[in-house]
Design a binder for this molecule. Structure first.
Ligand SMILES: Nc1ncnc2c1ncn2[C@@H]1O[C@H](COP(=O)(O)OP(=O)(O)O)[C@@H](O)[C@H]1O
Ligand SMILES: [Mg+2]
Length: 355
């Protein structure tokens, strides 16, 4: 196992910069997920850690060793891609042992390590099969088995679950997390799916357009997003955003464009007239005994909870409630907002404001 340190790393293709100075310190044994919209530079960064892309400037270190000029196979990492890239003409066993055979490990050692990995992944009965005779989930497991067999210092995963159907994705999510709990090997994992990031990671790195927006534990990002981008990206359904301005009043208060007035936390650094976005998560809006008038627009039951879209003045807001909801679209309701759970952002900079 090893730490991974990314220090002021930049990447340019010809004269186009796609990563603009990335700093990430990954602890030994940590499970870190790089998440962000497609094209933000996640794969590029992962491939630089793997040694598959040149580093334009800055350094990547694995353990205490800077690896900028170390060949991929000397980095003691194992990578799992979205396309499992199994050898179709080799059995599961041969696929899993391939890299050890290449490294000329003794036969008994290869067989022992393949069996061990197969046991961890529940592949013992499939060792003689060919990839074409496996389901998507089983192929995925073989690709992971191939990585595990190498007992690397660091696992690198690039969207390994994207090709699986929704149900299998959820199952593999827990399997990978359990695998990490068992092996305790450092993992750097790339996904565009914030739920994957939230459910699996020790820490999440949120990226956008080649920059790191925020690094933190899943709940740190959820509870205290440092800007509007992270606030909107983490959480599903997403945080509601209500635009408005700071009122000129004794106590700090907010007035939305539709006339909704809310008190702001005391000590928050705002000035009268300042444009704000107030954020509130769907679970912090109650649909009973409130005093905020809204019209029901859409009701989406999921079983355990119901998501309800309301129109609040001109702004749509979504509430997520666990109780059954008996109103219909077009009806008026009185909403309640948990003001202790409100997030405040500067509308111009997008930065979180707090006392
Ligand atoms: N070989 C390349 N040449 C030029 N641009 C590239 C190359 N590879 C990736 N890019 C660009 O770099 C940016 C980041 O890509 P990528 O790391 O694949 O994003 P992500 O994995 O987050 O979807 C994108 O704008 C992409 O078009
Ligand atoms: Mg990618």
């Amino acid at each position: 196992m090893a730490s991974v340190t990314v220090d002021n790393v930049r990447k340019s293709y010809v004269n186009f910069e796609v990563l603009h100075g990335i700093d990430i310190e990954i602890q030994d044994g940590e499970f870190v997920i790089l998440v962000g919209p497609s094209g933000c530079g996640k794969s590029t960064l992962l491939r630089m850690i793997a040694g598959l892309e040149d580093i334009s400037s800055g350094t990547v270190a694995i353990g205490s060793k800077v690896v900028n000029n170390v060949a991929p196979k000397e980095r003691d990492i194992a990578m799992v891609f979205q396309s499992y890239a199994l050898y179709p003409h080799l059995t599961v066993e041969a696929n899993m042992g391939f890299s050890l055979r290449l490294a000329k490990a003794p036969k008994s050692e290869i067989s022992r390590r393949v069996k061990e990995a197969a046991q961890i992944l529940g592949l013992e009965t499939l060792l003689d099969r060919y990839p074409r005779n496996l389901s998507g989930g089983q192929r995925q497991r073989v690709a992971m088995g191939r990585a595990i067999v190498r007992q690397p210092q660091v696992f690198l995963f690039d969207e390994p679950l994207s090709n699986l159907d929704a149900k299998l994705r959820v199952q593999m999510r827990s399997e990978i997390k359990q695998l990490h709990q068992r092996l305790k090997t450092t993992i750097v994992y790339v996904t565009h799916d914030q739920i994957e990031a939230m459910t699996m990671a020790d820490r999440i790195v949120v990226m956008r357009d080649g920059y790191v927006e925020q690094i933190g534990s899943p709940l740190e990002l959820y509870d205290r997003p440092s800007n509007l981008f992270v606030a909107g990206f983490i959480g599903s359904p997403g945080m509601n955003f209500i635009p408005g301005t700071v009122l000129d009043a004794l106590q700090p208060a907010f007035r939305s464009e539709s006339g909704l007035v809310l008190p702001l936390p005391t000590g928050i650094p705002v000035t009268p007239g300042q444009a704000l976005i107030v954020g509130i998560r769907p679970e912090h809006i109650g649909v009973r005994q409130g005093d905020i008038e809204a019209i029901v627009e859409l009701i989406e039951p999921t079983g355990a909870e119901t998501q309800i879209t309301f129109r609040l003045g001109g702004t749509p807001v979504i509430a997520s409630v666990r109780e059954r909801f008996d109103k219909h679209p077009g009806e008026k309701v009185l909403l309640q907002m948990d003001l202790s759970a409100v997030h405040v952002f500067d509308a111009k900079t997008g930065a979180r404001l707090e006392a």
